[in-house]
Each structure stands twice: as C-alpha cells, then as structure tokens.
Design a protein around this ligand. Structure first.
Ligand code: 4NP
Length: 166
C-alpha cells in the first residue's frame, strides 16, 4: 500500500481485545514518532474489535514486555472500535487478517469514512508474516515476538510518513 505521507495525521491500531497487540503498537509507534520529532503532528490511539476488556489497562505481560524496551503503556485503557473511527482517523492498522476483515465489514456497513485500512505488517515488507499473532493464550516469548514485529512495522510506517518532510 502506497501512502500519501502528508495526508496521514492520525493512526489507529486495532486488534481483538485491545489489551495486548494494539496497545503495544500504539506505544511503540508513539515512541518512534516522538523520537522522529513529530509528536505534536500525530494523533495515535488503539482499539479492539471485541469489547470484553473495555476500560481495562493492557495485559500485565504486555506492560512488562514494553517497559523492558523503555515504553510505558500502563496508562492506556481498552476501548471498543467504533464506526466513528473511520471518520476520526486517516489510517487504521489491523494487527491480523481477522481484525482486518472485521474492519472492512464494519466499513461496508457504515459507509466508508476517510480512513485507509491496512495490515500493520504491510509496513514491514521484508517480513514473511502477514499477521501479528495473538499472544494472549501463550507465554512471555509471544509478547517478545509481537514487539519485534511491531517495531519493524512501526519503523517502516514512520519512514513512509516522514518521507515527504525530509
Ligand atoms: P489482543 O489479545 O487482541 O492482542 O488484545 C487478546 C486479548 C484478549 C482476548 C483475545 C485476544 N480475549 O479473548 O479475551
């Protein structure tokens, strides 16, 4: 997917529960944006397609894994994806194809807003994987793998978004 970088001012990361993958993606991408010097130009958030954990902080394993890489996601609160997000965000990054399909179905029902929907790993074309795997039912190593994938894609995304401003 080729982005028009200057048109992207807001990014929403979406997974199933909004307590593992998308909060980590939000935290990692925000850290990349801050270190690239664009903190004041972007709105960054995350949401889940399922509502079981609404209002809860991220999974403690996700908090610990992110903190070990210097990223504090402990203050985030899970929220359910809303069709309003299609209007309120320029780019929506799904963690896996299941989340992507749920978003496309929602977009078809709601009428498309301005948002472009992509898989997060579209921004890490060197990786063989398409999906950021759900670490919820696994061990700590799953969270490390998720962070590795997210970091690569997040760097790829920030590179695309800042290209025209260099
Ligand atoms: P996430 O992981 O989509 O990465 O936040 C999950 C968290 C909770 C559940 C599923 C996935 N759950 O079924 O409660």
């Amino acid at each position: 997917m080729l982005l028009e970088p200057a048109g992207i001012k807001s990014v929403l990361f979406v997974c199933l529960g909004n307590i593992c993958r998308s909060p980590m993606a939000e935290g990692v991408f925000r850290a990349h944006v801050v270190s690239a010097g664009f903190a004041d130009r972007f709105k960054i958030a995350s949401a889940g397609t399922g509502g079981w954990h609404v209002g809860a902080p991220p999974d403690e394993r996700a908090i610990a894994a992110a903190l070990a890489r210097g990223i504090d996601i402990s203050q985030q609160k899970a929220r359910l994806f809303s069709v309003d997000d299609f209007q309120n965000f320029d780019l929506i990054c799904a963690m896996d194809q299941e989340n992507f399909a749920a978003l496309e179905q929602g977009a078809a029902q709601a009428g498309f807003g301005q948002a472009r929907i992509s898989l997060l790993l579209d921004f890490a074309p060197d990786l063989a994987e398409l999906n950021v795997p759900d670490p919820y039912y696994g061990g700590a190593d799953g969270f490390e793998n998720v962070l590795d994938l997210i970091e690569q894609a997040s760097q790829g995304l920030i590179d695309q978004l800042t290209l025209s401003r260099r």
